[in-house]
Ligand binder design. Structure first.
Ligand SMILES: Cc1ncc(COP(=O)(O)O)c(C=O)c1O
Length: 373
């Protein structure tokens, strides 16, 4: 690739992504009037259930590691990239050459879409799914074909396969899917990856696999160089604000992706990388977060059952539910009780997503819904 062309495209990508970051911030707090409120103070005093953040994190070890790392943040810490990649390689059973790091997995979803946009063509994805990367991808000239989920709100793998054509340069799959929390059976996913043309990137977003030990498809990356798996420290590790993510792919694929991370000092900061290194070692914390997530989710399920609210069994830290049988406007009712984040991801639909907070927070959600019913 010609360097000037790459830089031009990268600059365009940076502009596109910074724009979409603001859009995303607005979307996750849709119900606020930013002109009249001190948004961040207001948010801190509320129960925040809009962005699937881990309410317990970061772990004590990760916090201490980040505090300790502040003192070395006057220096570039290029060696730390290799250290973190090695730790991730050991955790995932790959080598450090199979890994690229990003400031959160969003950065890497963007870089993979930039790579696909450079190839010129289209991208196929589910509707609804995690869309943070999509507006920027469109602006980079990568139109998106959206395929509705099945009636059970699962990714429609056959439908996606049928929607792909010779111009499809990327297919994005989120498994478990955000916002529905559903998982595709491993064998179906495997067959799907095998069938996709080797010239089409399969971008598989596994942000939530850790909550229920959903099998990762990363075992296929050596045999399928078009497969890119995105992972994050934002969820079970509780480090969303620290911005650490990574992709797993064939070493040749990683080399090509590195070409598109043209801003050489991109990726997580030294402080965040130290946090991630410590977080990997703190297995007890992750186990605790997973158990608390299950407990808090059970409380919500029971509340929904008692109120006759249909919901989907979720393999993640959020739940998709149908408000059709509830008389009041649930987001407004929750907001009136200092709970923000229940929101819609489909046009003209009664389905909403709500993130799972702590046990106490979910008890409050249920109490509010019961009082309002
Ligand atoms: C499916 C999915 N992928 C990626 C991300 C972005 O994660 P990160 O914080 O690593 O950028 C999110 C965040 O909510 C997500 O839900």
């Amino acid at each position: 690739m010609e360097r000037r062309q790459l830089l031009k495209q990268s600059a365009f990508a940076i502009a596109a992504f910074s724009f979409s970051r603001e859009l995303f911030a607005n979307a996750s707090n849709t119900t606020f009037d930013s002109s009249t409120l001190n948004k961040s103070n207001m948010l801190n005093s509320m129960i925040r259930l809009g962005s699937n953040e881990n309410p317990h994190g970061p772990s004590t070890l990760a916090k201490q590691a980040m505090i300790d790392a502040v003192g070395i943040s006057n220096r570039y810490q290029w060696d730390m990239n290799a250290e973190l990649k090695t730790a991730i390689a050991n955790m995932t059973g790959h080598t450090k050459d199979h890994i690229a790091l990003g400031a959160g997995s969003s950065e890497l979803l963007g870089i993979v879409s930039l790579w696909a946009a450079y190839k010129k063509g289209n991208v196929v994805a589910s509707e609804p799914t995690f869309k943070l990367w999509m507006p920027a991808a469109r602006r980079m000239g990568l139109p998106t074909k959206l395929v509705p989920l099945t009636s059970t709100k699962h990714n429609d793998l056959n439908g996606i396969m049928n929607a792909m054509d010779q111009e499809t340069k990327m297919v994005y799959l989120c498994n478990p899917n955000n916002p529905t929390g559903t998982v595709s059976p491993t064998s179906e996913l495997e067959n799907f990856i095998k069938k996709v043309a080797s010239t089409t990137i399969v971008l598989l977003d596994e942000a939530y696999t850790d909550y229920y030990d959903t099998p990762s498809m990363s075992k296929m990356i050596d045999a399928y160089p078009n497969l890119v798996i995105a992972k994050t420290f934002s969820k079970t590790f509780g480090m969303a604000g620290a911005r650490v993510g990574y992709v797993l792919a064939h070493p040749n694929t990683i080399k090509q992706l590195n070409e598109f991370q043209a801003w050489a000092n991109a990726g997580p900061s030294a402080v965040s990388m130290q946090g991630a290194l410590a977080a990997i070692k703190d297995k007890a914390f992750v186990t605790y977060c997973k158990q608390e997530n299950i407990k808090a989710k059970e409380i919500l399920y029971q509340g929904f059952d008692a109120l006759g609210i249909k919901h989907i069994k979720s393999f993640t830290s959020f739940v998709y539910f149908d408000t059709a049988t509830y008389k009041k406007d649930i987001p407004a009712l929750l907001l009136a009780n200092q709970i923000t984040g229940a929101r819609s991801f489909e046009q003209n639909s009664t389905w909403l997503r709500i993130s799972i907070g702590t046990v106490t927070e979910m008890e409050k959600v249920v109490a509010v819904l019961k009082l309002g019913a």
